[in-house]
Design a protein. Structure first.
Length: 300
């Protein structure tokens, strides 16, 4: 049995989520992949995977073994790349995705700096507010805002962001400033549905959370449109703090209900964690993570 080959097949199957998906990703027959994994389990005299018709999960021994496989395969790949001189100049194409406004404000400047330093790497930057599936859409790295669900993705924290409610000075002068979330019943709101429902906003009250229905006369599908409408006096808007940093700084919007903000949302740079990690991706992760942290103030 080729131990390294079997390790690589096992890791690919785990990353893909099933034997069939792993086989497709590897370009191998399903029977071959299944046989290799079974032979590995026989060799180790333990069950690594629990298979059902709908999902594949790791046993406790399997989780520990796959983590070791990732380290071993990465070390072997690193040794091979070093021997071949690839560390002299990483090269290739990377696909990266990020939310639209965050990407424009923070990822584009980092990518521009990265491209200047690595002239033989190209980047396809996809800015979208939907959650992109890294495996299915062949994406190398992504910026994710919010709590991460349990998955096989590897994540590096780069900062936090707050949800803020704000309105134009003109709107507040005409309609008054809400003092508590329940005051929103007497106000007009602009709804933007990505992180939460357009019909209710969630606030913090001590250690508890309260969901408050919002009267929305305008619902939009982009943060930029919601912010523009708020600046024009249409109503109150609730977006992420980095999205309105400039209008708040310039005075075209004012923050309200700050004491009732919920806990900050984490921002992560995620990737598939495949082993060996491609050198171009390693270069990007090592370059981007500290620079993104440097661009995000503690109260971003």
């Amino acid at each position: 049995m080729n131990q390294l080959e079997s390790m690589a097949i096992l890791v690919a199957v785990v990353d893909a989520g099933s034997l069939s998906a792993g086989a497709r990703q590897l370009g191998l027959p399903l029977a071959t992949v299944s046989r290799k994994v079974a032979a590995l389990e026989t060799h180790l005299r333990t069950r690594l995977l629990l298979r059902t018709t709908r999902q594949l999960t790791l046993t406790e021994a399997g989780a520990s073994y796959v983590a070791a496989c990732r380290r071993i395969l990465e070390e072997v790949g690193e040794a091979e790349r070093n021997a071949m001189g690839e560390y002299v100049q990483p090269r290739g194409e990377l696909t990266v995705t990020a939310p639209v406004v965050f990407g424009r404000l923070h990822v584009v400047p980092v990518v521009a700096e990265f491209l200047a330093q690595y002239p033989e790497i190209g980047v396809n930057l996809n800015l979208t507010d939907r959650v992109v599936h890294l495996m299915e859409e062949q994406v190398d790295a992504a910026i994710r805002i919010g709590e991460l669900p349990d998955s096989n993705l590897m994540a590096v924290g780069v900062g936090n962001v707050r949800r803020v409610v704000c309105a134009s000075p003109g709107y507040l002068a005409a309609h008054g400033t809400p003092e508590t979330p329940r005051d929103l019943a007497r106000h007009e709101c602009v709804s933007f549905e990505v992180l939460e429902s357009t019909r209710a906003w969630v606030f913090g009250e001590g250690k508890a959370q309260v969901s408050v229905p919002v009267p929305s006369r305008l619902a939009v599908n982009t943060a930029e449109a919601a912010i523009d409408a708020a600046i024009l006096g249409v109503g109150l808007v609730r977006v992420l703090s980095y999205q309105v940093a400039a209008p708040l700084r310039e005075g075209s919007l004012r923050s309200v209900l700050a004491p009732y903000e919920t806990a900050p949302l984490p921002i992560h740079l995620v990737h598939k964690g495949q082993a060996p990690l491609p050198l171009k991706l390693r270069a990007f992760l090592d370059f981007a993570a500290p620079r993104l942290r440097g661009r995000l103030p503690p109260d971003a």
